[in-house]
Design a protein around this ligand. Structure first.
Ligand code: OSB
Ligand code: MG
Length: 371
């Protein structure tokens, strides 16, 4: 479906989190989120840039993404008509890296294309393998083990199907031991966000005792080979997150047996087209995937829900209810989770929720229109 974009509008939001979120690379109290609105034929498509406030998860951050979008992505997308949303990737492929900035625009064009076709986004991307997606939660590093146990209690009580906890040196083996003592049968996993090195192999082997579903990204953000060596030494499956930015990386990691599971994040791989390719590579090799999260507003969250309807998203992901993050989300209704720990997909065109424009205006701190 040919698309001639008229305008691209960038907005930066400031949204305080209900509870701080701490990973091995730092603590976040408030999110600086960029939204990309793309306009054509009187319709708007919306996308979210999922980078952090600092270049600590990967090299991108809010200010870098703003400049990449304003000076490199938007001019290229406005210059000529696009044959389809899937063409955004090749149109911006001259930009090295910066998948999250490029991905924010890519998913916006997919949303627009779905609206132009009058279809839900999940259908447009070829999803719809399930009507409800299975949900887990990601629980950050807490000030005390007691605080962590209380959070796990509340989330399992709410119905979430699996619990992920963040770990780092000094907050790992003994913490997980306490969690397992109290919750011997929950589906449990740990995410290290690259906090360890191959020299920590003996330390990490202690985690095998706790029958975790997986350990996510223990080693460096750009190190597939060391993960293969670690995986050979562990019983616990490794799941890669940071390392996988393209389908080619997925192919390499799987062939090297660096992981047995993949986390797919839309932003990290640059949008739906590459996310589907990663999904397909994993599926062809019998590697299950799940949808990761980046503390998204409702818009990014709704895109994640659409992605998680592709057939190989068989494991519970990190996509959970809006209220775990925001006092008030920018979509209506907010993303809600059933008592079975699922999100029911919606059949409205595009990402399926309405934008709460009053709330959006309240949290917008910067706007720029290109074209
Ligand atoms: O590694 O999955 C991660 C949040 C920020 C940066 C990296 C990660 C995360 C999460 C949160 O785990 C997932 C979510 O609840 O959105
Ligand atoms: Mg992760």
């Amino acid at each position: 479906m040919a698309i001639k974009l008229d305008q691209i509008i960038l907005r930066q939001l400031e949204m305080p989190l209900v509870h701080f979120f701490e990973t091995s690379f730092g603590r976040t109290y408030s999110r600086k989120i960029i939204l990309v609105e793309v306009r054509a034929e009187g319709l708007s498509g919306w996308g979210e840039v999922t980078c952090g406030e600092n270049p600590f998860y990967n090299e991108e951050w809010t200010d870098s993404a703003w400049l990449i979008l304003r000076d490199y992505v938007a001019p290229r997308l406005l210059a000529d008509r696009l044959e389809c949303a899937a063409e955004v990737g090749s149109r911006t492929a001259h930009i090295r890296g910066h998948q999250m900035a490029r991905g924010g625009a890519e998913v916006a064009v997919w949303d627009l294309e779905a609206r132009m076709a009058g279809e839900p986004l999940w259908k447009r991307i070829g999803g719809g393998a399930r009507r409800e997606i299975p949900c887990g939660v990601s629980i950050g590093i807490q000030d005390s083990v007691d605080a962590l146990l209380q959070k796990i209690e509340a989330e399992t009580h709410a119905g979430y199907q699996r619990i992920k906890i963040k770990i780092k040196p000094g907050w790992d083996v003994e913490v997980i031991r306490e969690v397992r003592k109290r919750f011997p049968s929950i589906k449990l996993m740990a995410d290290a966000n690259s906090a360890y090195r191959l020299e920590d192999i003996e330390h990490l082997r202690q985690l095998d005792e706790f029958y975790l579903m997986m350990i996510e990204q223990p080693l460096a953000h750009d190190e597939i080979i060391d993960h293969a060596r670690l995986q050979a030494a562990l019983q616990t499956p490794i799941c890669l997150d940071e390392c996988i930015r393209t389908a080619h990386h997925a192919e390499q990691a799987i062939r090297m047996q660096a992981c047995r599971i993949l986390n797919i994040k839309l932003g990290r791989v640059g949008g739906f087209t590459e996310a589907k390719r990663v999904h397909d590579v994993a599926q062809a090799h019998g590697i299950p995937v799940w949808c990761g999260g980046m503390l998204e507003s409702g818009i990014g969250r709704a895109h994640n829900v659409a992605l998680a309807t592709l057939p190989n998203f068989v494991l519970p992901g990190d996509v959970s209810a809006s209220k775990r993050y925001w006092k008030q989300d920018i979509i209506e209704p907010p993303v809600e989770v059933t008592s079975q720990g699922t999100i029911v997909i919606r059949d409205e065109p595009g990402f399926g929720y309405a934008i709460d424009h009053d709330q959006l205006a309240k949290v917008t701190v910067r706007t720029e229109t290109i074209g």
